[in-house]
Design a protein around this ligand. Structure first.
Ligand code: ZN
Length: 686
């Protein structure tokens, strides 16, 4: 089916049921003046749309859609399934039925079908969002041991393992049963539960939700024809595998609240990087461009309030989202809510509807971003650099972290930062994505490495790819049991040309390292107008105190043909043994890293690997100034974003970026078969 995405970039979130009808006209008129062309409605309103089972009342929404359409504003409708109506809670005998609950599941698909059928011929409805703020602190998944969950889990576990003997090998012999119909849900309180049991329970719950999403989308699809269906994800995949769930959706989307609930409005570089990584991750769950269904446009918070954003921050956050692949953005919300959980979320307008500092900033934001978006909408080139981050890896390794300070998400984000700080485009992808366009794949902590992924990584390297793998990889196979089929790291030792003999968990603090190889050279384009010639320069050697490793130290034997790039330098029995190695495998190269490197060493490693993989040169900018390039139909567009509170001056052409400043400029598209960034360098006067 040919899905038509709306050709409009900016909208807002509106709750018509919270306002008298005379307000709608005023609000629609103000939205139109501001330049907004989309409105999202219907969120949280299942109870009023179906207050009695099977009896639907869409009159209010229909009227509101008409009012906005008269102001050239199209509607994206929510199928608000997260908050069930009272009759459904009573029928399910709980306020928050679990996702296995058959009554709830049937009610979701019936309501979704009825709603889409009702609006099927309404040309002003141009898209759909199902559920709401899934993940993050919204509707969290609770542990549930109801009969529906139990029987669904028994079927799921049988499908995964096939025989109880196989289940027994994964969970341990004492935790299985004679038949699958006797298997209990792993009790979270049990001290004797294995990581494999916990992992399976998490996967089951995520799959249960994914199958509900699939049923809802199927029920809608018969009526919605070409309108896209999306769902907004929040944060990282704590409990749900966003990449798997996204398979049923036409476009993925997220809530973008960079400052949510934080006590300080100051700019911390680490937080800027985290926002970038989250956006890359959300984009990577499905690939292509994505939508922002709720963009923070003021102070935020549910029970605690964040600082109010300083001038320019809303524009900056929106520009950052667009630069990283958003092509439709809804500012949340138009007015602050009359009654909801998010008591401290500002609207574009305050409750009284007067214009605000925020509405003026959003108007300027649209002026800056609209020309670029009308050209780039729907286009998103993949990057040759990929970082693997997957929900399943997170669940598997977070269940048994080993070191109290270790976090999979933070460790992966440290690798991302090395790309971010050098303005090298990178896609954060799940393990199931192909490596067709990749030249460099960074795969930190492949704790759960199954044979299929191992074979795909091997083919990628054999064909000339560059791969970085790390400690705590190849530990378990697909279904929880430890791998014992090859020397450690299982499935990777041959590719990496090393053996890991033992692993020291660094519970007492970091281990020091020394870089023993020649320093890598970085080729960069200077920031537009910085007046500096493009050139290659070696990275400076970090100071001794900047070179360390955390959490684990693999004690590594490098095979004779394997190069050693860094060694451990702390006193101890593995002093001077390899910590970072490089090995040619087929036509490609595999780096192995035996510890979580300090940021300075990650920078060196990524510089080494990007040179090895011949990644095109990138822009050199001062710390906190980000340059991203997106391709359009007519032009390419540069997003130059100053994340700092300081003035940045670029001299030629004269660009002064104030604190939180954003510049979006069109540049010529690269000629075929040239390095795209080299070509750009020729375009910018120096
Ligand atoms: Zn349940």
């Amino acid at each position: 089916m040919d899905i038509k995405r709306p050709q409009v970039s900016f909208g807002t979130v509106y709750y018509p049921e919270e306002w008298d009808e005379e307000h709608w006209e005023t609000d629609a008129s103000l939205m139109q003046k501001l330049g907004l062309g989309l409105v999202r409605m219907g969120d949280d309103s299942w109870a009023s749309l179906e207050s009695v089972e099977g009896s639907y009342n869409f009159a209010l929404l229909e009227k509101a859609i008409e009012v906005f359409a008269a102001h050239r504003i199209k509607t994206v409708l929510c199928v608000p399934l997260s908050l069930p109506p009272a009759w459904l809670s009573q029928k399910c005998k709980t306020n928050e039925p679990c996702f296995s609950n058959k009554i709830y599941r049937e009610a979701c698909t019936s309501f979704a079908a009825a709603m889409t059928s009702h609006f099927a011929t309404n040309a002003n409805v141009v898209g759909w969002q199902i559920f709401s703020r899934i993940g993050g602190n919204a509707r969290a998944l609770k542990n549930c041991y109801c009969p529906d969950c139990t029987s669904a889990f028994q079927k799921w576990i049988e499908k995964r393992y096939g025989t109880v003997e196989k289940l027994s090998r994964s969970w341990g012999a004492g935790r299985t049963a004679a038949t699958f119909s006797e298997i209990c849900l792993p009790d979270t309180a049990s001290r004797y539960k294995t990581a494999a049991q916990e992992f399976d329970y998490k996967s089951f719950r995520s799959d249960t939700f994914a199958s509900l999403v699939k049923s809802v989308v199927q029920a809608m699809r018969a009526n919605t024809h070409s309108s896209p269906i999306t769902m907004d994800f929040s944060g990282y995949p704590e409990e749900l595998d966003y990449a798997k769930i996204s398979q049923a959706l036409d476009v993925t989307s997220c809530c973008n609240f960079p400052d949510k609930g934080r006590p300080t409005g100051s700019v911390v570089h680490e937080k800027v990087v985290q926002t970038g990584a989250r956006l890359e991750y959300l984009r990577g769950t499905k690939g292509g461009t994505f939508w922002v269904m709720e963009q923070q446009c003021g102070a935020s918070g549910w029970s605690l309030q964040s600082r109010t954003p300083t001038a320019g921050r809303v524009r900056l956050w929106t520009a950052q989202a667009v630069a990283h692949g958003a092509d439709t953005v809804f500012f949340a919300a138009w007015r602050a809510r009359i009654a909801n959980t998010d008591d401290f979320n500002d609207g574009i307008l305050p409750l009284n509807g007067n214009s605000s500092r925020r509405s003026e900033e959003i108007q300027r934001t649209l002026m800056v971003l609209k020309p670029a978006l009308s050209d780039i909408r729907g286009n998103m080139k993949g990057s040759p650099c990929n970082i693997i981050y997957s929900a399943e890896e997170k669940w598997a390794i977070d269940e048994r972290r080993g070191h109290e300070d270790f976090s999979y998400t933070s460790a992966v984000t440290e690798y991302y930062q090395a790309f971010f700080d050098r303005n090298i485009p990178v896609d954060i992808i799940s393990t199931d994505r192909d490596f067709k366009y990749s030249r460099l794949v960074v795969a930190p902590y492949l704790y759960m490495l199954n044979r299929a992924l191992q074979a795909r990584l091997d083919s990628f390297v054999m064909a000339g790819g560059t791969l970085i793998v790390t400690t705590r990889s190849g530990i378990i196979g697909g279904h929880g049991a430890y791998r014992a089929d090859s020397p450690m790291p299982c499935g990777l030792s041959n590719m990496a040309g090393i053996l890991v003999n033992e692993t020291d968990c660094l519970r007492d603090g970091p281990v020091m390292l020394q870089w023993t190889a020649p320093l890598p050279t970085v080729r960069s384009i200077q920031a537009p107008g910085s007046g500096l010639a493009k050139k290659a320069e070696p990275l400076p050697m970090p100071s001794v105190s900047q070179m360390y490793g955390r959490y684990w130290a693999d004690i590594i034997t490098a095979l004779p043909e394997t190069k050693v790039l860094a060694t451990y330098s702390s006193d101890g029995f593995y002093k001077d043994t390899p910590a970072i190695t490089m090995h040619h495998h087929g036509r490609g190269t595999v780096y192995y890293v035996g510890t979580q490197l300090s940021p300075a060493l990650i920078r060196l490693l990524i510089a080494h690997a990007t040179a090895q993989a011949d990644i095109p040169r990138s822009y050199k900018t001062p710390m906190g100034v980000e340059v991203v390039r997106r391709s359009g139909n007519e032009n390419d567009w540069l997003f130059i974003i100053n994340h700092t509170h300081s003035q940045v001056k670029l001299e030629n052409p004269p660009i002064a970026l104030g604190p939180m400043g954003v510049r979006v400029m069109a540049v010529a598209k690269p000629r075929a078969k040239t390095s795209e960034l080299d070509d750009l360098a020729e375009k910018i006067p120096e």
